[in-house]
Design a protein around this ligand. Structure first.
Ligand code: NDP
Length: 245
């Protein structure tokens, strides 16, 4: 029997790469990313554990491109069973300095991208009565963050999207969940000023920054057979940095 097909947006990124590798254990994985840099794509392809992972360039803010991608993958591999929406960007500034363009870019990629890709993958999932969608949120969507009104709004909105879509699909064999990472050791957090980064790490109860594998394992669980009864949930994976009911 062919393995189920998984599509991972932001698949070239720090988290997306590891999520692809983890899912490739029991899925045929298609990584989706902007691929603005050809050398980066070649380096990604050459990494260990990427055998069998297909790469397709696509801008998740482009609805027509997402539709074409979903159609192409379904035609070549059969239905897409698993979708992980991990494409994301930050454009940080305090609200007074936040340009409209940077507000819109962050909402369009982090929130709009999940909408565009989910809507074109969903029809197939509904037809087969089976599907898993995992949206990658952020601790900053749960707590807010200085200089991130755009990013926190997009990530909080993403969880509203998750809960609503979970309600629409719960009786159809589809689960939709958010995984909200804390601070994970990737390019995105390496861009944080060293002294601020050190302060953040020292405040994490488990005493270390997260690794991409910490997130990928939880995503994989939510995409696996043991999680049928979890939908509309927001799973925090943050080393205890933020706890709430
Ligand atoms: P990265 O920046 O490493 O990866 C994000 C990827 O998304 C990049 O490859 C980026 O491409 C791609 N991307 C950006 N815009 C688009 C687009 N329009 N269409 C398709 N792909 C696009 O970030 P991480 O791997 O660290 O983060 C992955 C997700 O996890 C993000 O949603 C992020 O917000 C979230 N997250 C990360 C945390 C962390 O600590 N790292 C913490 C909490 C949440 P390019 O590089 O060319 O822009």
């Amino acid at each position: 029997m062919n393995p189920p097909v998984a599509l991972v947006t932001g698949g070239l990124g720090g988290l997306g790469t590891t999520i692809c590798q983890q899912l490739a254990r029991d899925h045929l994985v298609v990584a989706v990313d902007l691929a603005s840099d050809a050398a980066r794509v070649d380096a990604w392809r050459a990494r260990d554990g990427h055998e069998g992972i297909e790469f397709i360039a696509c801008d998740v803010t482009d609805d027509a491109a997402c539709a074409a991608l979903a159609k192409d993958v379904q035609a070549r591999h059969g239905g897409i069973r698993t979708l992980v929406n991990a494409a994301g960007i930050t454009r940080d500034a305090t609200l007074r300095k936040l340009e409209p363009e940077h507000w819109e870019d962050v909402i369009r990629v982090n929130l709009g991208g999940a909408y565009h890709m989910s809507r074109h993958v969903l029809e197939g999932m509904l037809a087969r009565g089976e599907g898993r969608i995992v949206n990658i949120g952020s601790i900053n969507g749960q707590t807010g963050q200085f200089g991130q009104t755009n990013y926190a709004a997009a990530k909080a909105g993403l969880h509203g999207f998750t809960m609503s879509l979970a309600r629409e699909t719960a009786s159809k064999g589809i689960t939709v969940n958010t995984v909200s990472p804390g601070y994970i050791d990737t390019e995105m957090t390496r861009a944080i000023r060293e002294d601020i980064r050190e302060r953040i790490v020292s405040s994490i109860p488990v005493g270390r920054i997260g690794q991409p594998e910490d997130i990928a394992r939880v995503v994989s669980f939510l995409c696996g057979p043991g999680s049928d009864y979890i939908t509309g949930a927001n799973i925090p994976v943050n080393g205890g940095l933020f706890m709430s009911f």
